[in-house]
Ligand binder design. Structure first.
Ligand code: NAP
Length: 248
């Protein structure tokens, strides 16, 4: 028995890294998967092809998740075609790292709108459908940096900490309708986002992690699967770290 049979999932930012891992695992577990991206057309086409080959319905949508109206329009389209939305993984995110001293207003705004406002946009857009269904699982991708802070990432940390407050508030507002809202806080996950970093520096990070390695997209996807499935039916309002023990 597959864990997500007959469920419809939206995963934002799935052309690469963690989002891609989640989209693939969800499809393996029987979910119809709608995914979003903003620029990688070729990767999106390839992913849509791979997901369809797993025997589920799948569709990639290109739009900026920071755009409120677009989120509303696309979600309305999805509901028309797929008829329900059981799971939303708000995963799309960016970094614009620099010390506060050098941070521009644009760098602050870009990170806050892409990482935090997008979570509001998508959650608002799916809310009425989930309320009608009286069920739903909202999964928001935060970061250990949102829990702990990080020098050189004040914009990113603020966006990821904001996600935690939002996640818990939504859990309180929608719990009575059987809509769950949880956050994942990944530690150092080795994806394209982190692939550009200096290898020697990356090795010192790996050495400092209790499990002595960076995480993989699959490590995060496995938790997303648990939170998306009915196995976590009594879990809401939580922040769960996937960090190899980093914050212990
Ligand atoms: P990634 O490899 O850079 O992938 C980011 C994805 O988001 C891509 O699919 C990208 O689409 C999409 N995206 C970016 N801006 C978008 C926008 N405005 N509208 C729609 N889609 C957009 O990132 P990742 O490393 O997998 O990280 C995924 C999430 O986990 C992020 O929220 C990140 O903050 C969080 N996280 C990552 C780590 C880590 O170590 N990697 C740790 C903690 C938390 P295109 O391909 O079209 O650009």
């Amino acid at each position: 028995m597959k864990l997500l049979e007959n469920k419809v999932a939206i995963v934002t930012g799935a052309t690469r890294g963690i989002g891609k891992g989640i989209a693939e695992l969800f499809a393996d577990q029987g979910a119809d998967v709608i995914f979003t991206y903003v620029s990688s057309d070729e990767k999106a086409k390839a992913l849509e092809h791979d997901l369809l080959a797993k025997g589920v319905r799948a569709r990639g949508y290109k739009f900026d998740v920071a755009d409120y109206k677009m989120c509303e329009t696309i979600v309305a389209d999805i509901v028309k075609e797929f008829e329900r939305i059981d799971i939303v993984v708000n995963n799309a995110g960016i970094t614009r790292d620099t010390l506060l001293m050098r941070m521009s207003e644009e760098q602050w705004d870009e990170v806050m709108t892409t990482n935090l406002k997008s979570v509001f946009n998508m959650t608002k857009a799916v809310q009425s459908t989930m309320l009608k269904q009286r069920s739903g699982s909202i999964i928001n991708m935060s970061s250990v940096v949102g829990v702990k802070g990080n020098a050189g990432q004040s914009n990113y940390a603020a966006s990821k900490a904001g996600i935690l407050g939002f996640t818990k508030s939504v859990a309180l507002e929608l719990g009575s309708r059987n809509i769950r809202s949880n956050a994942i806080a990944p530690g150092f996950i080795e994806t394209e986002m982190t692939g550009a970093l200096d290898e020697a520096m990356v090795q010192t990070w790996r050495d400092a992690i209790p499990l002595k390695r960076g995480g993989t997209a699959d490590d995060v996807a496995n938790l997303a699967l648990f939170l998306a499935s009915d196995m976590s039916a009594y879990i809401t309002g939580q922040v769960i770290n996937v960090d190899g023990g980093m914050l212990t």
